[in-house]
Design a protein around this ligand. Structure first.
Ligand code: PLP
Length: 397
């Protein structure tokens, strides 16, 4: 079947919640993807910050194949070996004390919110606690995650969601402080906002929020679903700032394509929140997903993935800043590590569509921002190729 027929069949069968690009992807190799007609694309999307190790990584693929032949699923009522290995590794690199594995980013947010609510409930026996989140945040599409997502357009049709959630501004501590009441149980934020436009928190802001939380015994939740797993040049972005959250969420690159996420807690919160019967999942933490996590974390260490990000990210930034200087239609460069963006004075979808025609995959973050979240193994040569194609697209628009 040609791509056109595939797309027609897809549009007849799938729910229309996405405006998809008009290509059908078939296979991947290194930092390239191929469509069903054999055309090659340089990938600066990585399945939205997921495929950190690049496609067709043999060691990763073999680890999955071996696990498939051994055991794919048990239940959380039993222990399994890959989960134990992966948990130990994840606690070590994240600097947290306890982990609960989920199937996705949104589910890791749900767990984090439940832990925060339970922590507050155990203190005062009440259930009317409030959460503070940030405008332009993105935490996922399930009801709880949606409730703390700072984009009214996503939430509107689904209200009421999970009780009182108030929204402050990124990097404006006064706006957060003003929302705190004696009912506030948690503050949730992305250290580097992803979907909302690649805005990093300042160290000053995070340290003020941390102090406020300490003073009032409010739990600080960092959503590192996108900015975690090495993308900022640190395994987790909190390490960049030296400001540790009470609860940390992770997903996207965690399994490098196998659906898996996690929320992690400090021992203090773990001891005083969710307990037997409070939370569960059928699939979360199953041997197949956790064999992936185990191998991903092993390969990160062996291949010095985080160090590599620190080496190439400044080059990407430099090249994007050159474009910002050169073209009036680019207003601003944003982001850190291999999580960067360009803000345009116009919608970017025509540029992105043109890039796809020329064999380069890019994605937006909001209508006017192109987001660059390539596989973490990207090289300077790939960056140069991307910049050359992007320049052509900007000039031809
Ligand atoms: C993608 C994302 C989520 C949601 O993850 P899903 O796996 O799509 O449910 C949550 N938070 C952040 C910061 C994200 O980027």
């Amino acid at each position: 079947m040609g791509m056109k027929e595939y797309i027609e069949e897809a549009e007849a069968a799938l729910l229309h919640t996405y405006n998809r690009f008009q290509i059908v992807l078939d296979k991947g190799e290194d930092v390239y993807l191929y469509d069903t007609e054999g055309k090659r694309y340089l990938d600066f999307v990585a399945g939205i910050a997921v495929f950190a190790l690049g496609y067709h990584n043999e060691e990763y693929n073999n680890a999955l194949k071996e696990q498939i032949d051994k055991l794919i699923h048990t239940s959380n009522y039993f222990y399994n070996e890959p989960a134990i290995r992966a948990a130990k590794k994840l606690l070590k690199v994240s600097g947290m004390d306890r982990v609960f594995f989920t199937n996705s980013g949104a589910e890791s947010i749900e767990g984090a919110l439940k832990a925060a609510k339970k922590y507050a409930y155990l203190k005062d026996g009440c259930t009317d606690h409030e959460i503070i989140a940030l405008n332009h945040s993105f935490h996922g599409r399930t009801m709880g995650a949606l409730a703390v997502t700072g984009n009214p357009h996503y939430r509107e049709a689904f209200e009421p969601l999970i009780g009182t959630v108030k929204f402050g501004e990124m990097n404006d501590f006064t706006s957060i402080e003003a929302l705190v009441t004696d009912k506030t149980c948690a503050i949730i934020l992305e250290p580097v906002q992803g979907e909302g436009g690649l805005t990093p928190a300042t160290e000053e802001f995070l340290s003020q929020v941390r102090s406020l939380c300490d003073e009032k015994d409010i739990l600080l939740i960092f959503d590192e679903v996108q900015c975690g797993m090495g993308r900022t040049g640190y395994m987790y972005a909190w390490q960049r700032y030296g400001i540790r959250p009470d609860i940390l969420t992770t997903a996207k690159a965690l399994g490098c394509g196998v659906p898996v996420g996690a929320f992690l807690l400090t021992e203090k919160v773990a001891q005083a929140s969710l307990t037997s019967g409070d939370h569960g999942t059928t699939y979360g933490g199953n041997p197949l997903a956790l064999a992936a996590v185990d191998k991903v974390l092993e390969l990160y260490e062996k291949n010095h993935v985080v160090e590599h990000v620190r080496e190439v990210a400044p080059y990407l930034e430099q090249r994007l800043l050159e474009l910002t200087e050169k073209y009036d239609c680019i207003l601003e460069h944003r982001g850190v590590g291999l999580m960067q963006g360009l803000l345009f004075d116009r919608p970017v979808s025509p540029i992105i569509n043109k890039a796809i025609e020329k064999g380069l995959l890019l994605i937006n973050a909001g209508p006017n921002i192109i987001r660059f979240v390539p596989p973490l193994i990207i090289t300077k040569e790939h960056i140069d190729t991307m910049i050359t194609i992007l320049q052509q697209c900007i000039e031809e628009q």
